[in-house]
Write a protein that binds this ligand. Structure first.
Ligand code: OOG
Ligand code: MG
Length: 264
C-alpha cells in the first residue's frame, strides 16, 4: 500500500483524534477518486485496529440541498463504526469534535445481505426496519471546505449518528416530511423525496458501491440514506430533533461548553 496514501489517512485520523482541522489534501496533491476511497479505507482500518466495529454505511450528497450547501455534486459513501453511535435522547460532547453540524436523515436496518446491482424492490424487501436519524458530520478540513476527493478520503465527514426507534417499513417512504428542529424551533424542512427522488435509491446505490469495494451490506447494518436538507452548525447546549412524518422522531442534546472553554 502506498506510503503516500497511508500518510494521508494518518493525517486525517490524527485530525479527528486531536480535534484540529487540516488543510485540504487537494491543495498540494492530486488525488483520484479511486485513491480517495483507498485513503478512506486506510482511515477506517486504523479505527478497526483500535477495536471499533463496522456497523454500516452512509450515503452523501443524495439531495440537492446538500450538494448546494457543500458545492459537491457526486454521490459518495462512507463507513460507520460503533464508536460513532450516540443513543437517542443522549448527549454529544462538542469538545470531541472540530466544527460539528447535524442533519436529518432516515436510516435503514438491513435484514438480508445485499450487494451489487439490485432492483428497488429487492432492496426494499431486504430492509428489516426504518428509523428517523440524525447524522453529525465534522469535516476534518479547515472551514468545512473540500472537493470530492478530499471529502471521500475523510470518510465523508462521518463523525457520529443518532438513530431513533426502529419501525416496520411503512407502505410508502418516498414523500415523508422531514423536519430538523433546534431548541424547539424549525431550522430545516424537506421531504424524503429530496433523497434521489426516493430514499430506496440510496440503498440501491449503497449495495452497488460497497460491492465495488468488496464489501456487502450485512444483516444488522445501518444504511444512512443521506440528508434531505442542509446541515446546521452545533453550539453548546443545543437540543436537536429530527422528525420524519409517519416514522417518528430522534433527539440529542449538545453538552454545555466545558468550564475552561466558556466565554471564548
Ligand atoms: C459530507 C457528507 C454528506 C449527506 O448526508 O449528504 C452527507 C459533508 O457534507 O460534509 O453526509
Ligand atoms: Mg449525512
Amino acid at each position: 500500500m502506498s506510503a503516500r496514501l497511508d500518510s494521508m489517512a494518518e493525517k486525517l485520523d490524527e485530525a479527528a483524534i486531536g480535534q484540529h482541522a487540516i488543510a485540504q489534501l487537494s491543495i498540494d496533491t492530486s488525488l483520484s477518486v479511486a485513491d480517495a476511497y483507498r485513503v478512506q479505507n486506510l482511515l477506517v482500518e486504523r479505527r478497526l485496529a483500535r477495536g471499533e466495529k463496522r456497523v454500516g454505511v452512509k450515503l452523501g450528497f443524495t439531495s440537492r440541498a446538500k450538494m448546494i450547501q457543500m458545492g459537491v455534486h457526486d454521490l459518495i459513501w462512507g463507513q460507520l463504526t460503533d464508536a460513532m453511535l450516540v443513543s437517542d435522547g443522549g448527549h454529544l460532547a462538542l469538545d470531541e469534535f472540530i466544527h460539528p453540524r447535524a442533519e436529518p436523515e432516515i436510516a435503514f436496518l438491513i435484514g438480508e445481505r445485499l450487494t451489487g446491482e439490485l432492483s428497488e424492490q429487492t432492496a426494499l424487501a431486504a430492509v428489516r426496519s426504518v428509523a428517523p436519524a440524525l447524522e453529525i458530520i465534522d469535516s476534518r478540513y479547515s472551514d468545512f471546505k473540500f472537493n470530492l476527493a478530499d471529502v471521500i478520503a475523510d470518510n465523508c465527514s462521518s463523525a457520529a449518528l443518532v438513530v431513533g426507534p426502529w419501525q416496520p417499513l411503512p407502505g410508502d417512504i418516498d414523500n415523508l416530511d422531514v423536519l430538523l428542529e433546534i431548541d424547539g424551533q424549525p431550522a430545516q424542512s424537506g421531504s424524503t423525496a429530496a433523497i434521489l427522488g426516493h430514499p430506496v435509491r440510496a440503498l440501491v446505490a449503497a449495495a452497488r458501491l460497497v460491492a465495488q469495494a468488496g464489501l456487502e451490506l450485512e444483516p444488522g447494518w445501518v444504511v444512512m440514506a443521506g440528508a434531505a436538507t442542509a446541515a446546521e452548525t452545533l453550539r453548546p447546549g443545543m437540543r436537536v430533533r429530527a422528525t420524519v412524518s409517519g416514522i417518528g422522531g430522534v433527539t440529542f442534546s449538545c453538552d454545555e461548553a466545558p468550564r475552561e472553554k466558556q466565554g471564548r
